[in-house]
Design a protein around this ligand. Structure first.
Ligand code: IMP
Ligand code: MG
Length: 333
């Protein structure tokens, strides 16, 4: 803090929602700004209940945090209201008046497009909605009467907050390896840049105002949809290792692969990461489940974390050991 960008290291689903919920509970978090769009789901557990959030910022579990949807985000109005009902954050959420609207027609276009079928998009229509924005024909949040009570200038709010020394978390969505420009994976990418600079840019925060970039690694890698996944293992092998996952958003199987240290270094560098989180250590090393102290970890798990630090060049400050927001080893001073 005061201004931290959270960025996913791989193809999304690294556990950003879990890391953000921990920070929301432990740190004094004044603002949380969600970027991106409805294609990404962030999983947050609160009081034994699971939330898969596509629109509401993951820090909602801190009742003092002001929640904002960024100017560069794409808003799905139906999903927004559905999540307001689930999370009850009406009084403290704002939608930037200049954010774009993603409509049903965009989803239909996405699903009908053969290009997107080859890529295996989520089908929410984010690509077509962004195309519409680029053509300057998109609807904005300020054009939607139901959104009126929530409209705000989030860019001004956040910059005023930073001027006043408040803590701001910029919530990246998806993962760096889905970046339209920087991942090297085109065309098997999403419709936007998912890197740390783009996250700050979508929120209207200049690069010199960002203090930390927290990159989130999962202990193994996963990918949904088409495109290369280095070191990919079979579904059967993933099940055997306890790595098999189903997408929180679309219910599709996630493909998986062992952690790639060289890729971790590359993504840390391009994102300018100053801190790292490692999630799901308990899926790699079941004896770690629920551990909240580094000393409690078995030596192979400790060695794995040290190797991530050594080879990524970034200090690991948070380690996830279970689904609960507080199942974390916090190594920050
Ligand atoms: P789109 O973002 O829906 O256009 O999908 C493009 C590619 O990004 C597909 O391979 C999707 O599976 C993937 N993708 C998009 N959002 C997410 C996410 O939040 N988590 C994981 N994969 C995603
Ligand atoms: Mg996800």
């Amino acid at each position: 803090m005061p201004c931290t960008v959270i960025v996913g290291a791989f193809w999304g689903d690294e556990g950003k929602g879990k890391i953000i919920s921990y920070l929301a509970l432990k740190d004094k978090l004044d603002f949380c700004v969600r970027t991106g769009s409805v294609n990404a789901a962030h999983t947050v557990w609160k009081d034994g209940q699971k939330y898969a959030l596509h629109m509401v910022p993951a820090a909602f579990i801190n009742e003092k945090t002001r929640l904002l949807v960024a100017a560069g985000a794409n808003v799905h109005v139906g999903q927004f209201f559905k999540e307001l009902e689930q999370t009850r954050v009406e009084g403290r959420i704002g939608v930037d008046r200049d954010s774009s609207i993603i409509e049903e027609k965009h989803s239909a276009q996405d699903k009908a497009s053969t290009i997107n079928k080859g890529i295996g998009t989520t089908g929410w229509g984010v690509g077509p909605a962004i195309e519409e924005r680029v053509r300057r024909t998109a609807k904005l949040a300020k054009d939607i009467p139901e959104l009126k009570p929530y409209l705000t200038d989030s860019v001004q709010e956040v910059n005023d907050g930073l001027d006043a020394g408040m803590n701001v978390l910029l919530e990246g969505t998806q993962g760096f390896m889905l970046s339209l420009f920087l991942s090297g994976g085109y065309p098997y990418v999403t419709g936007r840049d998912t890197g740390a600079s783009a996250i700050a840019s979508e929120a209207g925060v200049g690069p010199t105002r960002v203090d930390d970039v927290l990159i989130v690694y999962k202990s193994f890698m996963t990918r949904v949809g088409a495109g290369p996944l280095p070191g990919e293992i079979s579904k059967e092998e993933a099940q055997k290792r306890g790595w098999f996952e189903v997408a929180a958003g679309t219910g599709r199987d996630r493909r998986s692969a062992p952690f790639d240290f060289d890729l971790a270094r590359k993504t840390a560098r391009i994102n300018g990461a100053t801190q790292a989180a490692v999630t799901k250590l308990d899926s790699m090393f079941p004896k770690c489940a629920g551990a909240r102290k580094f000393e409690a970890l078995p030596s192979d798990a400790k060695e794995f974390v040290s190797e991530i630090e050594r080879r990524s060049g970034v200090p690991v400050v948070l380690i996830g050991t279970g689904p609960d927001a507080l199942d974390i080893i916090d190594l920050r001073k």
